[in-house]
Design a protein around this ligand. Structure first.
Ligand code: SAM
Length: 298
């Protein structure tokens, strides 16, 4: 066997900890589908994902779903000063404790649902500078993302995010107007962040392999998203517009307001456009006008 065809996850690890395949066996971590468990055992790959966030030296990293700890170990090997991980599966406690012992004072694991985490409190003094790096559980990936994108105040408690999604979701996040993938998620993500796809990850890189290819997306928050609408107004406007994406805006927005033409005119957007042809900044302007008109009606 050559180094090239060695089973990833079974070779000697540079951190001196047992290979991940052994860890999974020793702690009985058979992957659970209900928790979206597809583990990456190749430390070279998890280190590449970690490095996609730039230098981690001295940084505080937030990870959702460390599982047996493949990405966690990569984050620590790449020099993270502190990793705060939230994991739902209590079975991983032993494997994660072993990593915490190898890196005293650097790994904090909270067991619970990441959807309910109070991130600014967990991050504490690193607020504004933390980096989120995660191979997300696919079942809750978009909910976690939209939660982070809705953070208040903005700029948020994180300085950047590097997140793995199903490729189809990643494509929707970074899509531009005029494409089939362009939708609500593209607008919500691109209004507040610069989002770009940084890495494709084939199915075979995971144990067990999922049905589809995955991709890593990097998000860098804009300091002042423009125009400055609220995320709630943008969410409502895009839900109405993309809810009937084949219809013209002057029709689809009737769900939202009695007279969409007035709203569209005030935002300087032609009523005969379809949602998929409207740029992110135009949606944000529409949301701003909508928000102001809604306030006037109260
Ligand atoms: N980080 C590991 C890796 O890259 O090999 C595991 C990633 S696996 C795709 C997703 C992980 O998220 C699993 O460990 C799973 O138990 C955990 N998870 C699933 N739902 C969760 C939730 N709501 N909150 C926190 N962790 C969750």
């Amino acid at each position: 066997m050559t180094a090239g065809d060695r089973d990833p996850g079974s070779g000697a690890s540079p951190d001196g900890l047992p290979p991940l395949r052994e860890v999974i066996g020793a702690f009985g971590l058979k992957a659970k589908k209900s928790l979206g468990q597809n583990f990456i055992l190749d430390l070279n790959l998890t280190r590449r994902i970690a490095r996609a966030a730039g230098s981690l030296a001295g940084r505080t990293v937030v990870e959702v779903g460390p599982g047996p700890g493949g990405l966690t170990r990569a984050l620590l090997l790449e020099g993270a000063a502190r990793v705060i991980a939230v994991e739902r599966d209590e079975r991983t406690r032993g494997a994660l404790e072993m990593i915490a012992q190898r890196y005293p004072g650097k790994l904090e694991v909270h067991f619970g649902d990441a959807l309910e985490a109070d991130w600014p409190r967990l991050v504490g003094p690193a607020r504004g500078q933390a980096v989120i790096i995660a191979n997300l559980p696919y079942g809750v990936a978009t909910l976690l993302l939209t939660g982070w994108l809705d953070s208040e105040p903005w700029p948020p408690w994180f300085e950047r995010m590097v997140l793995m999604f199903q490729k189809e979701v990643a494509e929707r996040i970074v899509a531009h107007p005029g494409s089939k993938a362009y939708g609500r998620l593209s607008v919500l993500a691109q209004w507040r962040t610069a989002a770009r796809m940084v890495l494709n990850v084939p199915r075979e890189a995971f144990t067990p392999p999922p049905k589809v290819t995955s991709a890593v997306v990097e998000f860098i928050p804009h300091r002042e998203p423009s125009p400055p609408c609220t995320p709630q107004a943008l969410a409502r406007v895009t839900a109405a517009a993309f809810g009937q994406r084949r219809k013209m805006l002057r029709v689809s927005l009737k769900q939202l307001v009695g007279a969409p033409e007035q709203l569209l005119e005030a935002a300087g957007i032609a009523g005969n456009l379809r949602a998929e042809d409207v740029a992110v900044k135009d949606f944000a302007r529409l949301a701003l006008v909508y928000e102001r008109s809604a306030l006037r009606r109260v």
